[in-house]
Design a protein. Structure first.
Length: 332
């Protein structure tokens, strides 16, 4: 059980002060994600040119620390409890950078769900990295001994957001990019009763050990030309086995029938779909031919960032597909 927590709504200018105060210089991250100028000339902290954040900053107090969450609430009001999607940035990224990178806010408006962007607090490059239990940072860098417990942070954030924004506790979902996707995979093992489904993008893992009491609906997206987290595996300590192996392990955990069905729902996209899973769960993988370390169908990025991430693809829109998947699944 967690101790008591407090939440503070922050004026937009203060968010920029908090984000800057937390940032420090450290070795570069190889987990290229939502850092640098992203799109529409938005700076890395995703404030617009007037200095105002695109969403409402929230400070969540966990274990004596102030943690930042950006919150986008759907336009047009709500009718009853709303779904919540938490969207985690990659290593070296920021909450606001992920908001710009994923382009999910318009889907939140269209489908009346709350989307929240938590921010890690281990300084890495120009942003931050998650404290994934049992995993080093990129390049094998050990996690600092005083690093925050990010499982507690996300659990507290879910509780806090649920109280502030009238969230349906049976419709809480997680997605994230790269290091954020690895954290999402871990959280599915750590918080199985709090989550109705996960959607890792460019970073699905099956943590070991992972002992959970119920099947977890999983939908994953990955580019076959991803040089940061190669599709077939290999590389640095956080990334060894391939994407298909990770998804297969989730399917085994969820009691899905094997072998999986494969299809091409769009040119350049291969869907691996495990059917007949336990308790109406589902496990799906969308492999995007030739795509790099990108968010499928996401907003355009600058040429400099594209050179780091690799090719984009609009063959499939991850936001639209994962939301359709989320809508089909509820927690018990």
């Amino acid at each position: 059980m967690l101790g008591s927590h407090r939440a503070t709504l922050v004026v937009p200018g203060l968010f920029l002060v908090l984000a800057t105060a937390c940032r420090s210089k450290t070795e570069p991250s190889t987990d290229a994600a939502s850092t640098g100028t992203l799109t529409h000339e938005a700076p890395a902290d995703a404030a617009d040119q007037s200095g105002r954040s695109a969403s409402s900053p929230l400070v969540v107090h966990v274990a004596g620390k102030e943690r930042i969450v950006l919150v986008h609430t759907p336009a047009g009001g709500a009718h009853g409890p709303r779904p919540l999607v938490l969207n985690l940035h990659g290593s070296g990224g920021t909450a606001a950078g992920q908001e710009a990178f994923a382009g999910m806010d318009s889907y939140a408006d269209a489908h009346a769900f709350v989307v929240a962007y938590p921010q890690a607090d281990i300084p890495l490059r120009d942003g931050f990295a998650w404290n994934i239990p049992g995993q080093p940072l990129r390049s094998g860098t050990p996690v600092p001994s005083d690093a925050s417990n990010d499982v507690d942070f996300i659990q507290t954030a879910i509780t806090t957001l649920g109280g502030l924004y009238d969230v349906d506790p049976k419709r809480v979902y997680l997605t994230g990019h790269s290091g954020g996707a690895r954290m999402v995979s871990q959280l599915a093992c750590e918080l199985p009763t709090r989550l109705a489904g996960i959607a890792p993008v460019d970073g699905v893992r099956f943590p070991a050990p992972c002992k959970i009491p119920r099947p977890t609906p999983v939908i994953a997206f990955h580019g076959t030309a991803d040089a940061t987290n190669p599709y077939d595996g290999g590389g640095e300590a956080p990334w060894t086995y391939g994407v298909e192996s990770a998804v297969g392990r989730w399917a085994a955990n969820d009691g899905c029938a094997a072998p999986a069905a494969t299809s091409r729902p769009a040119p350049g996209v291969v869907l691996t779909d495990y059917e007949a899973c336990a308790e109406s769960a589902a496990v799906r993988l969308y492999a995007v031919d030739g795509m790099g370390h990108e968010w499928p169908g996401g907003p355009p990025v600058t040429p400099a960032l594209s050179a780091r991430l690799g090719a984009q693809s609009d063959a499939i829109n991850a936001n639209a597909v994962m939301w359709e998947f989320f809508e089909a699944h509820r927690a018990p």
